[in-house]
Design a protein around this ligand. Structure first.
Ligand code: FES
Ligand code: FE2
Length: 385
């Protein structure tokens, strides 16, 4: 399909998705997942302007701690300042542009490895060897740019758009559902980074639908969260999700925080927050994904497990990690071949299962439509003769 035809096809499908209800929804056309021009628009519009999770506070637990992450083409240093604030600084040295920090570390300053320019934890240039010999050298002009950064439920969110509206009000309607789990008090027991050969939206769709839980994860996740216990959750403007119950005999290590009702304690709440943050909330332990598209058929993500309370012997933590890894491996087994399916001349949109099973797939299409329609229409206008 030519590039103009692909964008037009996607625009038509997004309009149809916006007008669709869950009982009559269809999957999106292959171009939604494979078109490079649409990915470029997603990078500008979604990943360039929306709030993106970069990890957990526990990854930079104390003043002086820092970690490197990349959002699109932007290298970011997440820094826990001496004042207790967590900041997102550009990780690009103001001298010749190499990256200042890699991985995780701790120190009172950030030192570029190349010529040892030294920045304080607020991004101010504190020292630059030999540079004061240059009469016009202005250290104040060499400050690291700072991006909007907020924490929410123990997660660190960054926005590449310096004019972004604050995150917290956007999630105010979600907060009552999420707050009783007290994720901000859970502890990080597992962290991983991976790159899968699939589209970022395919990964989200998979994370957010219960239809596959029993058939694909028959001997793994199905024991905890079977398809038959799934319910759709009506979507908010900046988030969507579903719930899936735990069978009464499911092994649970703890009932979780006392703020949780019995129903909440027996239910897993699966959420997508913005374009790149997946959270699987449960009373005893929760999972999360923070993803970044690397190409139409390549997605990089951080995943982790958060545990509640101290009733967790190491072998129980290890079992939870094994289950998570096995479940993810099963997902990967179907998500990577999906890209071959999308490239087939015989691929065609198919009917979605009812809302409690695949409702969030339509919710994702509608979220993308809400966020991207102006940019998509502008791109279509530009390509019209
Ligand atoms: S590139 Fe960082 S000090 Fe030279
Ligand atoms: Fe899955």
């Amino acid at each position: 399909m030519s590039a103009p035809a692909a964008l037009e096809t996607i625009a038509v499908a997004l309009r149809r998705a916006q007008a669709s209800c869950h009982d009559s929804a269809w999957t999106m056309p292959a171009a939604f997942y494979t078109d490079p021009a649409f990915l470029a628009l997603e990078r500008d519009t979604l990943f360039g302007r929306e709030w993106l999770c970069v990890g957990r506070i526990e990854e930079v637990p104390e003043p002086g701690c820092h970690m490197a992450w990349r959002l699109g083409e932007e290298a970011i240093a997440i820094v826990h300042g001496q004042d207790g604030r967590i900041r997102a600084l550009s990780n690009v040295c103001r001298h010749r542009g190499t990256l200042i920090v890699t991985g995780k570390g701790k120190g009172r300053r950030l030192t570029c490895p190349y010529h040892h320019w030294v920045y304080d934890l607020n991004g101010r240039l504190a020292a630059a060897p030999q540079m004061p010999q240059r009469p016009d050298f202005d250290a104040a002009a060499c400050r690291l740019p700072e991006f909007p950064c907020e924490t929410w439920m123990g997660f660190i969110f960054v926005n590449l758009d310096s004019d972004a509206a604050p995150l917290a009000p956007r999630l105010a309607d979600l907060e009552p559902r999420v707050a009783p789990y007290h994720m901000e008090e859970m502890w990080l027991g597992h962290l991983d980074e991976e790159v899968w050969e699939t589209n970022w939206k395919s990964l989200i769709e998979n994370y957010m639908e219960a239809y596959h839980l029993t058939p694909l994860h028959r001997t793994t996740l199905n024991n905890l969260n079977p398809t038959g216990l799934a319910r759709h959750v009506p979507a908010g403007e900046h988030w969507f999700g579903y719930e899936v119950g735990f069978p009464e005999d499911a092994p649970r290590m703890t009932r979780g925080h006392h703020d949780l009702s019995d129903t909440q304690a027996a239910t897993c709440l699966m959420l997508m927050v913005g374009p790149g943050t997946g959270i699987g909330l449960a009373a005893d332990y929760s999972s999360f994904l923070c993803l970044q598209p690397e190409g139409t058929d390549r997605v990089r993500f951080k995943s982790g497990l958060l545990f509640w309370g101290d009733a967790w012997p190491q072998d129980a933590v290890d079992r939870a990690i094994e289950l998570f890894d096995a479940t993810m491996a099963e997902d990967r087994m179907v998500l990577e071949p999906l890209m071959t399916g999308y490239r087939s001349a015989h691929h065609a949109p198919g009917p979605l299962a009812p809302a409690h099973l695949e409702g969030p797939i339509l919710d994702l299409a509608q979220y993308v439509a809400r966020q991207m329609t102006p940019a998509l229409e502008a791109a279509l206008d530009r390509q019209r003769p």
